[in-house]
Design a protein around this ligand. Structure first.
Ligand code: OAD
Length: 230
């Protein structure tokens, strides 16, 4: 089976009702990154950071996968698919994708705000984490997400996967945030590359551009990719 890598971003989940970051009216129009998504924000006001991610978790739990997530999951019958996502929601998994790597963490998990946090994370079933809720070691629980200024532990693994791609599909990301955006540089030169986005996105090499939303763009592309196997 050919290796198909999907690199997804917030636009992937937009049609499930989850807001993007940089579109007009997006999350970073409503909040300042430095207030809610950095280690310094946590130091200064952990309650505000907790509230912000509680809202993200609440929205995520109320959302359902869209047709785009489902098209990607269906492609596993035909291709060896890995999804590398910048999204913290679990909509790819809920649609049925079995190999999903989260670059920026997962909102349905929490971890210790103490040392060695990466090794101590826990499933979070309720949408709300309260201040004062602690891990067994006695540290406040924080969301299992990557903040600006923090390392991206899954980056190397993602790069090794993209290096093996026969096809790369970039969907719903402005490719503004590094190091995630730099992953497209790892794709082999012979790989077929597609980008699905209703807006123009600057890409560093030749991509077939599908100027559509994730749902319709992925339906069309998936038909093309399945037909190509005949
Ligand atoms: P952005 O908000 O930067 O970009 C969203 C992209 O989705 C844009 O290119 C939109 O045009 C596109 N889009 C909007 N609606 C769409 C739809 N229905 N179908 C397909 N595409 C659509 O989001 P990301 O690129 O994911 O990181 O942002 C990257 C990172 O920045 C996030 O993971 C997050 C954020 O700050 C952290 O918090 C560390």
């Amino acid at each position: 089976m050919k290796k198909l890598v999907i690199l997804s971003g917030a636009g992937m989940s937009a049609e499930s009702g989850l807001g993007t970051f940089r579109d007009q009216g997006g999350l970073w129009d409503q909040y300042k990154i430095e207030d809610v998504a950095t280690p310094e924000a946590w130091e200064k006001d952990p309650g505000r950071v907790t509230d912000f991610y509680n809202m993200r978790r609440k929205e995520c739990y109320a959302a359902t996968p869209n047709q785009g997530h489902e098209e990607i999951a269906k492609l596993e019958k035909y291709y060896d698919v890995t999804v590398v996502t910048q999204n913290i929601d679990d909509l790819h998994e809920r649609a049925g994708s079995t190999d999903v790597l989260h670059l920026h963490g997962e909102i349905n998990k929490v971890k210790s705000a103490g040392p060695n946090a990466e090794k101590k994370y826990y499933q979070q079933n309720a949408w709300e984490v309260k201040m004062g809720e602690k891990c067994p070691e006695g540290y406040q629980l924080r969301p299992h997400v990557v903040w600006f200024g923090e390392a991206v532990p899954m980056l190397e693994k993602a790069a090794r996967i993209i290096e093996k791609a026969d096809l790369l599909v970039v969907v719903g990301t402005s490719l503004n945030v590094y190091p995630a955006a730099g992953l497209v540089d790892y794709v082999p030169s012979k790989a077929d590359c597609y980008i699905i986005d209703p807006s123009e996105v600057t890409v560093p090499r030749k991509f077939d551009v599908i100027r559509e939303k994730a749902t319709t763009g992925l339906k069309k592309l998936s038909e093309t990719l399945i037909r190509a196997l005949d």
